[in-house]
Ligand binder design. Structure first.
Ligand SMILES: Cc1ncc(COP(=O)(O)O)c(C=O)c1O
Length: 355
């Protein structure tokens, strides 16, 4: 039996979207591909509220995190760490031989604007890495407030991982002044894994010109060249998923972006009410994520057993991430899931746990 995915990625993909992936293959250097590219890119700009360049990367999101570091960190980065994925930014920065300092909060807590201001006031950094929605802890960091602080430091690049929030939560890239905003399509886009995308500001592209050793696969200036000259990607992309993305973006506009964001919040609120009734939140309640809820296992249930039972009923949730396994568990409400899906899931959990 297929288990419906209530995990924070990959998420459930609709049948009609899977069908689009059966579209016969086209050459990546063909006019047909350039037409597909020209259809997709403006739609991605629209969902990101940006006029910045948008690049499609055949990789998971981590690839573009590496790209952002290689292209946009010149002297030293400030890595804002509040969980496993924001820590990954630090690991990537160091692994690429760049200097970095960390400002870290306890897992479950949010990054706050004053922490960013205090660190940037030292003048030591030319880039900040940030995770909007920390999937490991269920924290959604206050990106609008932090973006205001970033505007006080216009020479510092703002590198944003919006992997598990993009298109589930409104992120107005231009208004926020984000230099690189990246995600993989296997989360709130509700597409199969294999494609990542990012917006890159004019300022970041200019900065990249002055940075040596940008690498090869994720060199933003190569992406820019192929975008401008050919309306194509530098290397052979995952064309089937780009077909699916094109269709999925149309579906977003049919639903309405605001409605899509509201549906995510409605599902989140339903799961939050249930969490308050039966368990507790793992993260600080002031910064709950709209796309997933991380639940503190206050009843000492076996999360593994719960998931086994759910599997028999055709659903799957996530255990806590890494060190949080069994201490917490995560229910995702992202992508194309509906309030009815959440009601069904929680009724199954109630039955299994006898709540
Ligand atoms: C917030 C966040 N950042 C980065 C990643 C890494 O994404 P990928 O597995 O597509 O490289 C994930 C994956 O779960 C994530 O949730």
């Amino acid at each position: 039996m297929h288990k419906k995915l209530f995990i924070p990625g990959p998420t459930e993909v609709r049948e009609d979207i899977l069908d689009v992936m059966k579209t016969p293959m086209i050459g990546h250097r063909s006019k047909e591909f350039s037409e597909l590219y020209d259809s997709v890119i403006p739609k991605v700009k629209k969902v990101l509220y940006t006029e910045n360049k948008v690049f499609l990367s055949t990789s998971s999101a981590t690839g573009l995190m590496e790209g952002a570091i290689r292209n946009c960190v010149k002297e030293k980065a400030l890595n804002l760490v509040c969980g496993a994925f924001s820590k990954r930014w630090h690991q990537i920065t160091k692994a690429n031989g760049k200097e970095a300092d960390v400002v870290e909060v306890e897992w479950g807590k949010a990054i706050l604007p004053e922490m960013v201001r205090d660190a940037l006031k030292t003048g030591k950094y030319d880039a900040v890495t940030f995770v909007h929605n920390e999937t490991s802890t269920g924290v959604m960091n206050p990106i609008y407030e932090i973006a205001e602080v970033m505007k006080e430091f216009p020479d510092v690049s703002f590198l944003v991982d919006a992997v598990s929030s993009m298109v589930g939560v409104k992120i107005e890239v231009d208004r926020l002044g984000i230099d690189v905003c990246l995600a993989g399509v296997q989360k709130a886009f509700a597409l199969p894994p294999g494609l990542a995308l990012c917006s890159v500001s004019e300022k970041a592209l200019k900065k990249a010109e002055s940075i040596p050793n940008r690498g090869y696969y994720f060199d933003f200036l190569t992406f820019l060249k192929y975008d401008q000259d050919k309306h194509q990607t530098p290397t052979t992309p995952i064309i089937s998923i780009i077909f699916a993305l094109d269709k999925q973006l149309d579906r977003f506009f049919e639903e309405g972006l605001e409605n899509r964001f509201a549906r995510h919040l409605e599902m989140a609120n339903y799961v939050r009410d249930w969490t308050r009734q039966y368990f507790a939140f793992f993260p600080d309640e002031k910064y709950l994520s709209n796309t997933l809820t991380a639940i503190k296992n206050t009843r000492g249930i076996s999360v593994a057993d719960l998931n086994k039972e759910l599997g028999k009923r055709g659903a799957m949730i996530s255990n806590g991430y890494g060190k949080l396994k069994e201490q917490s568990f995560r229910i995702a409400h992202m992508g194309d899931l509906t309030l009815d899906d959440m009601k069904w899931l929680l009724s199954q959990i109630n039955e299994i746990l006898g709540l």
